[in-house]
Design a protein around this ligand. Structure first.
Ligand code: MN
Length: 423
């Protein structure tokens, strides 16, 4: 067990029982206040810990590292230091934030400079995303979509069980939780035999996904093997791949998703390290037919992380519409990265790879409104009595994720976005 994951550890900073951020988590994010430039931070309970302030106080002096990486608007330079250094930082934070340790707790000046209530800060987009890739790795989701639009008896396309299907997405419109999302406009063809029209999307959807962030670059021409993939994955965050289903349906042939996806994708503000997720490792799916040798892997490479989506209409309370799990992925992250680079495509620090919609086997675990409403043929009732087939203006979509083991809950915070009417 990694020492920072010890379930017996407690912090001198208060952590409520249902918090996503006990001392065993220590995710990384970036924050600012009205009086302070952005800096890299971690969080315990509801307390944001400014790592630039800790660096100025000499806390990281025992680690050979460039601590200017903490005085940045993104965690990219920090990730690029490599896992041995970022792991040493997490270990040190675990030590100095532990109950009984007085390095910070006994230094009231340093405490005043480095600790903030989450309520008094603004969380920023933590990663400068270079390239963004979206996979399509949940068998249940791919089967549901295939059954809806093609043939229920041949729902999966012939390639699906042989490779992790994906496409290159848009990085510029990846935004942090809390940023409103403007309903997109675009071309649609509502009637099968009609003409295309232009207007606000009528079928706005969420996609419940997780995304991993690349923390180590490769050289063009090189490939990453499945057994080395975890060296290249810094951590994971919640990811809402907002989708305009009507725009997508009309535009996607033959080259795949474009404007139906690129208007926005929302991520949670905290990147949880793969190290913190160790206790939640679980077996992947039995893959039949057998995969080609470059996609084979050993060990438990899926993660048992509960996922949840709620919709909160304006002026009403939140209704939970989906309970899923990160383990419902047929293709694991290490297979995704091995496949991504098998042709020699290079990856860079800050690249982001989303999982694809994570749907489970039951109707209450479907990770998109497309599936929940079965292509608009069923409705979900909100707590205010209004019905939803897709997302309405004023709705806030909220995603959460957390694992629980040995009485410790490791969570991802929330990934939220409110829909504003089209311009
Ligand atoms: Mn997607």
């Amino acid at each position: 067990m990694l020492k920072a994951n010890n379930p017996n550890l407690q912090s001198w900073i208060a952590v409520s029982k249902d918090s996503d951020f006990p001392i065993q988590n220590l995710p990384f994010g970036v924050f600012q206040t009205a009086y302070k430039q952005p800096s890299v931070a971690t969080i315990i309970g509801d307390t944001v810990v400014d790592l630039a302030a800790l660096a100025a106080g000499g806390i990281f002096d025992t680690i050979e590292m460039d601590t200017t990486v903490f005085s940045e608007q993104y965690i990219n330079r920090f990730m690029a230091l490599g896992k041995s250094t970022t792991r040493a930082v997490r270990d040190l934070l675990s030590t100095v934030l532990q109950k009984g340790n007085t390095t910070i707790a006994g230094n009231s000046q340093l405490m005043a400079k480095s600790l903030y209530s989450i309520k008094e800060v603004e969380m920023l987009l933590p990663v400068k995303v270079g390239d963004y890739t979206d996979f399509y790795s949940s068998r249940e989701h791919a089967t549901n979509v295939g059954a809806m639009f093609r043939d229920p008896n041949n729902a999966l396309l012939p390639n699906w069980l042989h490779l992790p299907v994906g496409y290159h997405g848009r990085a510029s419109s990846i935004i942090v939780s809390g940023t409103p999302v403007r309903r997109p406009k675009g071309q649609q063809k509502p009637k099968e035999n009609g003409v295309p029209i232009f207007g606000p999307c009528q079928r706005l959807d969420f996609e419940l996904e997780m995304a991993f962030i690349v923390g180590k670059s490769t050289t063009l021409g090189d490939s990453i093997t499945t057994d080395k993939a975890e060296d290249y994955i810094f951590g994971v965050t919640l990811f809402n791949d907002w989708s305009a289903r009507d725009i997508q349906k009309w535009e996607y042939v033959p080259l795949g998703p474009f404007l139906g996806k690129s208007f926005a994708s929302t991520i949670a503000p905290w990147v949880v390290t793969l190290d913190a997720l160790e206790p939640f490792r679980t077996a992947g799916y039995d893959q039949d037919p057998a995969v080609l040798p470059y996609l084979k892997y050993e060990g438990d490479c899926n993660y048992d992380i509960q996922l949840q989506v709620g919709i909160q209409p304006e002026g009403s309370n939140e209704k939970i519409v989906c309970e899923s799990n990160f383990k419902h992925l047929y293709w694991t992250m290490n297979q995704q990265l091995a496949h991504h680079t098998i042709n020699g495509c290079n990856v860079n620090v800050g690249d982001m790879c989303a999982s694809g919609t994570i749907s489970g086997p039951t109707q209450d675990s479907y990770g998109s409104m497309l599936e929940i409403s079965w292509n608009g043929t069923k409705s979900v009732e909100m707590l205010d009595g209004t019905q939803r087939q897709f997302i309405a203006d004023g709705d806030t979509v909220i995603m959460r994720g957390w694992g629980e083991a040995a009485g410790v809950r490791i969570g991802f915070g929330s990934c939220e976005g409110k829909i504003l009417p089209a311009n």
